[in-house]
Design a protein around this ligand. Structure first.
Ligand code: ADP
Ligand code: MG
Length: 231
């Protein structure tokens, strides 16, 4: 028996109305992602990468087709159930780091645990350990605006994984960083994701990460294609 997919898209299409016209962004996308896979998503600007991540997370719903997370169909859930699913089962990293400016570094990373009702001593221990892992053990009490872009994105990586979600979605997480800093953040993201045995879907064009990924997907003219990986 093949393992149950963590993410399963079946015949997913997405169109947006633009005035009287309809714009097809995704056409008949089929894909399954499995626990522990590190997957890179390629595609030029406007090809629908963010749209695809939004459909997987249930922020947006498909025009046609089904999206299942851990076997549960997103369209069949209520808005509130989708919110809970996102909060409990998914971690996000965006291009803009999206840290809360009024919370310290440590509080930002603790937030997903708090939202899931898990703010006890064990969680605080985990947050401190994650802070050390991302090399910011001495910045726990700093506010985000005191950190460099690279440091802020390292905090965002720790935050996305703090509640140990089985699925991590990262949308051009190094788009605001210089090349060298971006590479470091991606290395950290990969290391931490693999250590946690999470499934990651990462939008990036960084060649090193593309070659190390377990799978490489690409959006081309609305279709999702799997790129052959050389063994
Ligand atoms: P990418 O992330 O690959 O750059 P996006 O998924 O953001 O691409 O966008 C794909 C296409 O869908 C773009 O042409 C964009 O303008 C369009 N689009 C995205 N969101 C919306 C929306 N809410 N309403 C209308 N068009 C949208
Ligand atoms: Mg995008």
């Amino acid at each position: 028996m093949p393992p149950t997919p963590l993410v399963e898209l079946h015949d997913v299409s997405k169109s947006y109305a633009e005035g009287d016209a309809v714009r097809d962004v995704l056409s008949s996308v089929h894909v399954s992602l499995y626990p522990g896979e590190f997957v890179v998503l390629l595609g030029r600007s406007g090809s629908g990468k963010s749209t695809l991540l939004n459909l997987i997370s249930g922020i947006d719903l498909p025009s046609r087709g089904t999206v299942r997370i851990e076997g549960r169909e997103m369209v069949a859930l209520s808005e509130h159930e989708r919110t809970l699913m996102r909060r409990e089962r998914i971690g996000f990293i965006f291009q803009a780091f999206n840290l809360l400016p009024t919370l310290t570094v440590e509080e930002n990373i603790l937030l997903p645990l708090e939202l899931n009702g898990r703010a006890g001593p064990q969680s605080r221990e985990r947050v401190r350990e994650l802070l050390d892992t991302v090399g910011l053990g001495n910045r726990a009490d700093s506010f985000p605006d005191r950190l460099s872009g690279g440091e802020q994105q390292r905090v965002a990586v720790a935050r996305a994984l703090s509640h140990a979600p089985p699925l991590l979605l990262a949308d051009e997480p190094t788009g605001n960083l210089d090349e060298q800093t971006g590479r470091k953040v991606l290395d950290l993201l990969e290391g931490l994701t693999r250590r946690e045995n999470a499934c990651a879907l990462v939008v990036t064009h960084e060649p090193g990460l593309v070659s190390r990924a377990d799978r490489v997907l690409a959006l081309e003219a609305g279709r999702l294609v799997e790129r052959e990986k050389r063994a």
